[in-house]
Design a protein around this ligand. Structure first.
Ligand code: NAP
Ligand code: GCO
Length: 264
């Protein structure tokens, strides 16, 4: 059974993986045998990421690339194919959030979130699929969200993007499944990373942030997720173990979507 989860000989590109969820997923894919390629917007962050992976004994290939820039993405994919190999596994992880009440949000801010969280997964997937087809197949994993299913105040752009990413996942699965490409999503719950740090800030009186308390009451596991909780699900969706799983969003949320919430 273990061989089904073996990624030896596979090249995996994880976008935005200098730290956070992308770093954890890339580390898990490396542990399963994959050769890791990652990008970030700034060389400084790429260098920090390479050092962080090395501290874990993982040698990676780091590149500077803004995933919203189609020319830069196409150049990245060509470079990776020449220097490392054809990309077998793509994890569209890079993402941003802007927490602003919708009527106060500028169209520019809304567009920027859509650009990174939805347009970029389209751009990067479009860039890697032709070589996957030539190679006989591949895996695409889109990092979705609770907001692929639920809304909440101040995250209209993010929810619209992540809802769209769920449907882009299903459409790539529908269009390219015939070429042995499986496209699935991972929907993390609330994970302790820099992106959610503002929601977990300890209050001046030393108490937990109200949102922190809210999420604990909404999560049967009664804890925030750790980025490492996503590693196993990512290895599953990147490996032969999921060759007949396509168009599925795997929610790794401690049970949030199944639960009405603890009575106050
Ligand atoms: P994070 O800590 O903010 O990390 C996001 C990463 O994406 C950073 O490395 C960032 O690089 C990179 N990035 C942003 N814009 C980019 C661009 N245009 N081109 C290339 N890289 C870019 O976020 P996270 O919590 O690890 O989240 C990672 C993914 O999981 C995101 O898609 C997020 O929406 C999703 N997610 C997070 C949670 C959660 O609770 N944390 C839950 C569900 C889903 P820079 O530092 O250079 O900006
Ligand atoms: C927020 C959080 C969430 C998480 C994640 C939940 O402000 O509600 O940032 O959006 O990032 O997407 O799955």
């Amino acid at each position: 059974m273990n061989h089904q989860f073996d990624l030896t000989g596979k090249v995996a590109l994880v976008t935005g993986a200098s730290y956070g969820i992308g770093f954890a997923i890339a580390s898990a894919l490396a542990e399963a045998g994959a050769t890791i390629v990652f990008n970030d917007i700034k060389q400084e962050l790429v260098d920090k990421g390479v050092a962080a992976y090395a501290e874990q004994g993982v040698t990676v290939h780091g590149y500077v690339c803004d995933v919203t820039n189609e020319d830069a993405v196409n150049e990245l994919v060509s470079k990776v194919e020449a220097e490392v190999g054809v990309i077998d596994v793509l994890v569209n992880n890079a993402g941003i959030i802007k927490r602003i009440p919708m009527v106060e949000m500028s169209a520019k801010d809304f567009r920027q979130v859509i650009d990174v969280d939805l347009n970029a997964p389209f751009i990067v997937s479009k860039a890697v699929i032709p070589s996957m087809i030539k190679k006989g197949g591949g895996k695409i994993i889109n990092i979705c969200s609770m907001m692929s299913e639920l809304g909440r105040e101040t995250v209209s752009a993010y929810a619209a993007a992540k809802g769209g990413l769920k449907m882009l996942t299903k459409n790539i699965a529908s269009e390219y499944g015939q070429y042995n490409i499986q496209c699935n999503g991972i929907g993390p719950g609330y994970i302790a990373t820099p992106q959610t740090a503002p929601l977990r800030e300890v209050q001046p009186d030393g108490s937990k942030h109200p949102f922190d308390q809210f999420i604990l009451a909404k999560t049967p596991a009664n804890r925030w997720g750790e980025a490492s909780d996503l590693g196993g699900p990512a290895v599953f969706l990147a490996s032969a173990a999921s060759d007949f799983v396509n168009g599925h969003i795997l929610y790794v949320d401690g049970g949030i979507l199944a639960y009405i919430g603890k009575q106050p």
